[in-house]
Design a protein around this ligand. Structure first.
Ligand code: NAD
Length: 375
């Protein structure tokens, strides 16, 4: 760990870490050796863009994790991965023999970074194998699947954390605190836009255009809007009206290219959101009765920064890359070691999926208002 990273830790985090280490000494989660100083052995499941470019490099920056295993359906990728990260053959699995991970004490947690339709089945295999589950967003295809994942992890006494990396970013955490503090009085309106331009024929990750594999902008980027609207208000939305504004129907068949949606929260708060695979969008603004605060970008891998109407500046976080994912995995590892709840537990993913379920239903009904199921 570099000095820079150490200085990024607040005194509260350091105290929390010490407290967790103490708690861990008294209780060891399933499959985990007693010593809290031991790093959590993580197996990456799915060796695509996110695992290759972000998670594996981030694991090298963590303090409480190590890359211990690989799960892939593409054995041709293994020589490079094993050569670069020193993962032994005994810790390498295919999707077919993934369940054998139950017998591997080197691996404490699996990090699922596959196309979205595989999140639930793979999470169930991992939970039944007694491994903690870290899962990318969106957590599953719908709330029913997400609930099954929560139950499987609870039944097997393993943790379930969703890869909501923004919830580990300092400016985002400040916005989350402001949901409670309300420094500018009542929240009136919120705007969250998240999207990226880049879809073309022949894109490698064609599953993002496939409805059966969880494709579409709403699953990929809309979850950032939904999650932000929930963490900026600290409230659960009551209803949604969503409009599918896909322009390139020849390319986007059965999945949304652009979705516009409006969330109704308690206290008459409204969130207006746009998500898209056809436009670069990355802004979040919270309008209150006596001012506003905003971030742009608000869901970047780095450089998330903003300001407020009173002149406050939210400086971007500096440090080695990819810092955010490293902090996320360290926090989730500490939660396992200390038997405390992760910052973004499975229930957080399910809450977002309830909103997505209602938004898809609304869009199918040409924007009719749909009430969001309660937990
Ligand atoms: P990707 O297409 O680059 O990688 C997916 C991997 O899954 C590939 O290695 C592929 O071989 C494998 N795979 C296994 N079964 C497959 C199947 N049936 N069809 C297609 N591929 C299959 O995708 P990615 O960008 O790495 O995304 C993976 C997950 O990570 C998604 O859930 C995505 O939403 C999430 N993600 C999160 C972030 C973030 O910032 N939190 C960023 C990117 C992706």
């Amino acid at each position: 760990m570099t000095g820079d990273r150490t200085s990024g830790w607040t005194r509260r985090q350091a105290l929390q870490s010490l407290a967790l280490a103490g708690a861990a000494a008294a209780w060891a989660p399933r499959g985990l050796a007693q010593a809290p100083s031991r790093r959590i052995g993580v197996a990456l499941v799915g060796l695509g863009h996110y695992s290759r470019d972000l998670l594996a490099p981030a694991l090298q920056l963590t303090k409480h994790c190590r890359l211990a295993g690989l799960v892939t359906g593409s054995p041709g990728k293994l020589p490079e991965w094993q050569g670069r990260y020193g993962v032994p053959d005994r810790n390498v699995y295919s999707y077919d023999d993934f369940h054998r991970i139950a017998d591997n004490p080197d691996i404490d947690a699996v990090y699922i970074a596959t196309p979205n339709h595989l999140h639930k089945p793979l999470a169930l295999v991992a939970a039944n194998a007694g491994k903690h589950v870290w899962c990318e967003k969106p957590m599953a295809m719908d709330a029913t699947e997400g609930e099954a994942m929560v139950k499987a992890c609870r039944d097997n006494k393993v943790q379930l954390a969703v890869g909501y990396r923004m919830q580990h970013e300092p400016n985002t955490r400040r916005f989350m605190a402001m949901a409670k503090e309300r420094p500018f009085g009542r929240i009136i309106k919120l705007r969250a836009d998240a999207g990226w331009w880049g879809w073309r024929d022949g894109a490698d990750d064609a599953w993002r255009l496939d409805p059966a594999r969880g494709g579409g902008a709403m699953y990929d980027m809309g979850v950032y809007c939904v999650n932000a609207a929930r963490y900026c208000t600290g409230l659960e939305p009551l209803a949604v009206s969503a409009f599918d504004e896909t322009a390139r129907r020849d390319l986007f068949k059965g999945v949304d290219e652009t979705m516009r949606f409006r969330l109704e929260f308690p206290d008459d708060i409204v969130a207006e959101c746009v998500t898209s695979f056809g436009r670069n969008l990355n802004t979040l603004q919270v309008d209150c009765e006596r001012g506003w605060y905003a971030m742009s970008p608000f869901q970047g891998y780095e450089g998330n920064a903003g300001r407020a109407s009173d002149g406050t500046v939210f400086e971007p976080q500096l440090g080695p890359r990819p810092r955010m994912q490293a902090e996320q995995m360290d926090q989730d590892a500490l939660a396992i070691l200390g038997n405390t709840a992760p910052r973004a537990p499975g229930e957080e993913g399910v809450a977002d999926l309830r909103v997505l379920d209602a938004a898809f239903a609304s869009a199918r009904g040409d924007g009719k208002r749909v009430e969001i199921a309660r937990g």
